[in-house]
Design a protein around this ligand. Structure first.
Ligand code: SF4
Length: 329
């Protein structure tokens, strides 16, 4: 079948699937303390519907699937979805982005179900500061989850993603650098993006990857590793051979030119960019009995109109209505 391509000639190969908008954390850069109005159960795609859509895009050459949320592990029976997707011949790479709180409970089941890669969101290694940001006293539980996951060689490499916020993250750098140098985890810093529910994002609050790189290079010299096509992270090795560290810089060093990603929301909307202002409904046609060919055409038409890039920092930039918690990483 003709591979899925956008109107700028980019091949699409990566689907991010938000399996729920619910989360057990209340990270300040994402949602308000009281949470958000959650989707009704009937609005959320079933495992069978998600699997069907993954299969349809798989036919068009989309072989990388990442499961996100909200927090995907709060979705009941989540490992069953993992095994359904892992069984699809078209899924070559299956990964999950999680806050790690339920990993101690679910690591074994997820690995057994076929989950290949794990990205764990962890913004602080200090209990009180973790609580301050996530509004949950959960650091010990997350660290236990990481340790449990690290027992499974199949789950390596485990990536740790820390959102970088000016005035908060600088103090965390030495501990994260030691973690990257002393453990099997690959630490990456992600620039704070304007997708928070409170619309409190300001460009001044972005601590850039470049600034962090300088901070770390002063501690331990870094050597850049060649960036893989469509990769979001710029990865460096420590010159003395002790580990790697990465930087995801969507604000200061956008990587839109070779973007190969599309997203499916928990309520069945196709987003062709993290910052899309428009979405395409797939749940309606799916539940109205659309054939695979009809779904394929709807997806191709939407992807053909995929945005060239985001417009953060440009005059007229509009933050999407949908928040990060309802889009997924
Ligand atoms: S902002 Fe949009 S176009 Fe740019 S890398 Fe992210 S998803 Fe792709």
């Amino acid at each position: 079948m003709e591979p899925l391509r956008d109107g700028h000639g980019r091949l699409i190969g990566d689907l991010r699937v938000s399996v729920t908008d619910r989360c057990n954390f209340r990270c300040q850069y994402c949602m308000p303390a009281e949470g958000l109005p959650w989707l009704e159960r009937s609005e959320v795609l079933s495992f069978e519907e998600i699997t069907r859509l993954v299969e349809v895009v798989g036919e068009m050459g989309v072989h990388d699937v990442r499961l996100t949320g909200g927090e995907p592990l709060v979705r009941r029976d989540f490992p069953r979805l993992v095994s359904m997707l892992a069984a699809l011949p078209s899924v070559h790479d299956l990964s999950v982005t999680t806050n790690g709180f339920l990993l101690e409970r679910d690591a074994e089941a997820l690995v057994a179900a076929g989950m290949g890669r794990f990205n764990v969101s962890l913004d602080s290694l200090q209990r009180d500061r973790f609580f301050q940001l996530a509004r949950r006293d959960a650091l010990p539980q997350v660290l236990r989850g990481l340790e449990r996951l690290a027992e499974f060689p199949e789950a390596q490499p485990i990536k740790i993603n820390a959102v970088a916020i000016r005035g908060f993250t600088e103090e965390e750098v030495p501990a994260f650098v030691e973690l990257a140098r002393q453990s099997p985890y690959e630490v990456r810093f992600i620039e704070f993006m304007p997708l928070d529910a409170d619309h409190g994002w300001r460009s001044e609050s972005v601590l850039t990857g470049g600034e962090l790189r300088e901070l770390i290079d002063a501690l331990h010299p870094l050597e850049e590793i060649e960036r893989e096509p469509s990769a979001t992270a710029r990865v460096y090795r420590f010159a003395d051979g002790h580990g790697r560290i990465g930087f995801i810089n969507p604000v200061s060093e956008p990587f839109c030119a070779d973007c190969n990603r599309i997203r499916l929301t928990a309520d069945g909307r196709l987003r062709t960019c993290l910052f899309s202002l428009n979405e395409t409904d797939l749940r309606g046609p799916l539940r109205d009995g659309a054939s695979d060919v009809e779904l394929e055409q709807i997806i191709r038409d939407a992807v053909w109109r995929k945005e060239l890039k985001h417009h953060i920092g440009e005059p007229g930039f509009i933050q999407p209505e949908r928040t990060m918690s309802a889009i997924g990483g």
